[in-house]
Design a binder for this molecule. Structure first.
Ligand code: ME8
Length: 514
């Protein structure tokens, strides 16, 4: 039976336009979804927008719009981003959709029935930018730890008995050491929970842009309890059958998030689920921040990079490749135009692009444009043709740990091996000395290019598709299972076209310098 894999991105606030940070998370999740599909897994990939709360409400006011019109408009920009990124998501969820509101209200009702919610008064600090409550002791120079301004809030509020879940959470983390990745983030969560949990205010009564609290419409739900529920709305909750299915989507769910929202996903969310008697997702993986000149890229800091501009100028494959390869997934990563151009020139244009171009043009010129029929394979040939097995196993292992950069690095080691193989076998010499041997060498190379094309699909889908199209590989023969079935000699190749262009390094350097 095919394994299941459910991958989610955070749902993004519609307070402002999407920037490269949002695109980054989305591209990473997309690579995971594509990889799992090619493995033959049953995949569900969810992304969307988080449309309630004070932050969105204030942005709507500032824009002079009513909140619904405003969120419709900004959500469109995120839907456009998702389209431009050519994500392979199964649903784009919006928290203003009816099925989601119903799910959030059902979760609330269940928590009430289980005695997990009580009414009191909240008095404390609130950061609208973080949509988070803070204790006096947590403030740094009168601001939230993120540097966001805070305001004093004193209002009637419902509370969730979070304190009660401190021990069960710690026990769960110890029994499920892979629940949070990477390890540094796991440690961060452990120390936060060990430091003691207070009950959490989960409703607001001084504004109305949110999901109404069942039975008490003066209150709207705290935006995070509403937002987190999106992950189960998409699986049909209040119907719990998918959530409880053994080895179904939920038991194999991975939440990909940025490290800024670790606490919400690794403490609040599992506590809500435990309290409601629902099973937990398999894992939360928190990646780092993209930085520009050392500062987190964010709209509020005014250093946002427009993903649309980047894609338009350099291409989608290039944008995917740079961010997923350059930044070790989990760490922070610095973006600059010159590092971008250097990376895509060297890995895409030179290493992979040249390999394909060189070999396939040679086949067109000197081997009648057909996959050559090999003679007997030498040990070197055998090793080259079989190297993918090790590479693929390494990629699978890396993907299991969300080590996206490592998976890419392993594949590019195969690209390097193929380039070395050309240099040692020297087919251009064989053309004059031993045509049969030349054909064998070319066969090996074309076969390895096919293997690389297959495995590169989740990383650079457009380039990989071009490669597989030149090789005339039928659409149905492009899964990872097909790695096992080598090319047959004699198939005609389509004409060769450039796969990855080169960019000017000098211009990029000038741009970084401002
Ligand atoms: O937090 N580098 O939404 P949000 C890397 N609505 N990733 C970045 C980034 C950067 N500089 N900036 C943003 C919310 N991100 C909530 C989520 S989920 C139930 C609710 C990415 O619009 C990263 O994934 O503020 C981060 O966690 C997310 O955008 C925050 O998006």
């Amino acid at each position: 039976m095919a394994k299941s894999f459910y991958v989610t991105t955070p749902i993004f606030y519609v307070n402002d336009s999407p920037h490269i940070g949002h695109a980054y998370t989305s591209l990473a999740a997309d690579m995971m979804a594509r990889f799992a599909r090619l493995q033959g897994q049953k995949v569900y990939f969810l992304t969307g927008t988080d449309e309630h709360g004070q932050k969105v409400k204030k942005s709507a006011e500032a824009a002079g719009k009513n909140p619904q019109d405003f969120v419709d408009e900004v959500s469109q920009r995120f839907q456009k981003m998702v389209q431009d990124l050519e994500l392979t998501h199964d649903r784009f969820i919006r928290t203003t959709e009816a099925d989601h509101k119903k799910a959030a209200q059902q979760l609330w009702k269940t928590l009430v029935e289980k005695g997990e919610i009580y009414k009191d008064t909240y008095a404390g600090w609130y950061s609208v930018r973080d949509e988070a409550f803070f204790q006096e002791s947590e403030l740094v120079d009168g601001k939230a730890p993120t540097g966001a301004p805070v305001e004093w809030v004193e209002e009637e509020s419902y509370f969730f008995r979070l304190s009660k879940w401190q021990e069960p959470l710690l026990q769960y983390f110890s029994e499920n050491p892979d629940f949070i990745g990477p390890t540094s983030r796991r440690n961060e969560v452990l120390s936060f929970v060990k430091g003691g949990l207070r009950d959490l205010s989960i409703s607001r009564s001084t504004f109305d842009w949110g999901v109404p609290v069942p039975g008490d419409p003066k209150h709207v739900m705290y935006v995070w309890i509403d937002a987190l529920t999106n992950y189960i709305t998409a699986l049909g909750y209040p119907d719990e059958s998918e959530l409880r299915k053994k080895d179904g989507l939920w038991q194999n769910a991975l939440h990909v998030v940025g490290k800024d929202i670790l606490r919400f996903h690794c403490v609040y969310w599992p506590a809500f689920l435990m309290a409601a008697g629902l099973p937990l997702p398999k894992r939360v993986f928190a990646h780092g921040w993209l930085t520009n000149a050392g500062e987190k890229i964010s709209k509020s800091l005014g250093n946002a990079i427009d993903p649309f501009a980047l894609i338009q100028e350099y291409g989608l494959d290039q944008t995917r490749y740079f961010f997923l390869r350059e930044v070790p997934f989990g760490n922070d990563g610095e973006y600059s135009v010159s590092s971008f151009v250097q990376r895509v020139n060297s890995d895409l244009a030179n290493d992979l692009g040249n390999l394909v171009q060189r070999v396939l043009s040679f086949v067109h010129k000197h081997a009648a444009g057909k996959v050559p029929v090999p003679g007997e394979l030498t040990q070197d040939d055998e090793d080259m043709v079989a190297q993918w097995r090790k590479v693929y196993a390494q990629m699978e292992e890396a993907m299991e740990e969300q080590s996206l950069h490592r998976a890419i690095e392993k594949l590019w080691a195969l690209v390097s091996s193929a380039n070395k193989y050309i240099d040692t076998q020297e087919p251009w010499k064989l053309r004059k000395e031993d045509v049969q041997r030349m054909e064998t060498v070319l066969y090996v190379l074309v076969e390895v290019i096919r293997q690389i094309g297959l495995m590169a699909q989740p990383i650079v889908p457009k380039g990989a598709t071009k490669i597989l199209d030149i090789l005339q590989i039928p659409e149905k023969k492009r899964t990872f299972d097909d790695l096992e079935t080598p090319l047959k000699g004699g198939t005609a190749l389509a004409s060769v076209e450039p796969i990855f262009p080169r960019f000017q390094v000098s211009e990029a350097g000038a741009r970084d310098a401002g």
